[in-house]
Design a protein. Structure first.
Length: 188
C-alpha cells in the first residue's frame, strides 16, 4: 500500500476518534482532528499526483473518506443543536445527488466531470463554515447557508459541464456520416 492510500485510510480511522472526542465535549481537540483529516486530504492527493502513485483504490476511497468525515462532523453538529436539520438535509441531498448521478452516468458510459477547483473550493468553504460554527463565531449560521447556496450553484455548473461534455460526444457521433452500404443494404 502506498503512502497516499495510507493517508486516506488514516482519515477513515480519524472518524471514530473524532466522534469520541466530540462526544466528550472537547471541541478544540475535535476541531484539530477535523483539521488533521483535511490536511491528510490535501497531502494524499498532492503526493499521489507528484509521485505518480494515483491508484484506482485511492480515487475511490479518497472522496468516500471526505464525505464520511464531513457527514460525521455535520451530524455531530446537528445532534448538538449547532446546525439546523434543514441545513444538514440540504447538504446531504446535494452530496447524494452528485454521487448517485455521477455513478449512474459513469456506469452508462457517459463522461463524468472529474474533481476540479469548484468542488475543492466548496469543500474548503464548508470546512471554514464548520470551523466558525465550532467556535460560535457571530454569523456562522449565515455563512453556512451561504456555502450551501454556493454548493448548489457549483452543482449546477457541474451539471452544465457534464451536459456539454456529453453533448459534444453525442454530436460528433451523429455528425459522422455512415458509409453507403454500411448497414448491409444496397445503396442503389
Amino acid at each position: 500500500m502506498n503512502l497516499p492510500n495510507m493517508l486516506t485510510l488514516l482519515r477513515f480511522l480519524l472518524i471514530p476518534v473524532y466522534v469520541a472526542v466530540f462526544a466528550d465535549g472537547r471541541l478544540i481537540s475535535a476541531f484539530l482532528i477535523v483539521a488533521a483529516a483535511g490536511l491528510t486530504d490535501i497531502l494524499d492527493g498532492y503526493i499521489a499526483r507528484k509521485s505518480g502513485q494515483v491508484t484506482a483504490a485511492g480515487m475511490m476511497l479518497d472522496p468516500l473518506a471526505d464525505k464520511l468525515m464531513l457527514t460525521t462532523v455535520i451530524l455531530s453538529l446537528v445532534l448538538t443543536g449547532r446546525i439546523p436539520w434543514a441545513a444538514a438535509v440540504l447538504m446531504f441531498v446535494r452530496d447524494l445527488g452528485m454521487i448517485v448521478g455521477s455513478a449512474f452516468f459513469h456506469f452508462r458510459g457517459k463522461k463524468t466531470v472529474p474533481a476540479n477547483w469548484m468542488g475543492k473550493l466548496t469543500t474548503v468553504l464548508y470546512y471554514i463554515a464548520i470551523m466558525l460554527i465550532f467556535f460560535d463565531v457571530p454569523y456562522a449560521q449565515q455563512c453556512l447557508w451561504g456555502v450551501i447556496a454556493f454548493s448548489f450553484i457549483t452543482s449546477g455548473m457541474y451539471i452544465a459541464l457534464f451536459l456539454s461534455m456529453n453533448r459534444s460526444v453525442t454530436s460528433s457521433a451523429q455528425e459522422t456520416p455512415a458509409k453507403p452500404g454500411a448497414d448491409g443494404a444496397d445503396a442503389s
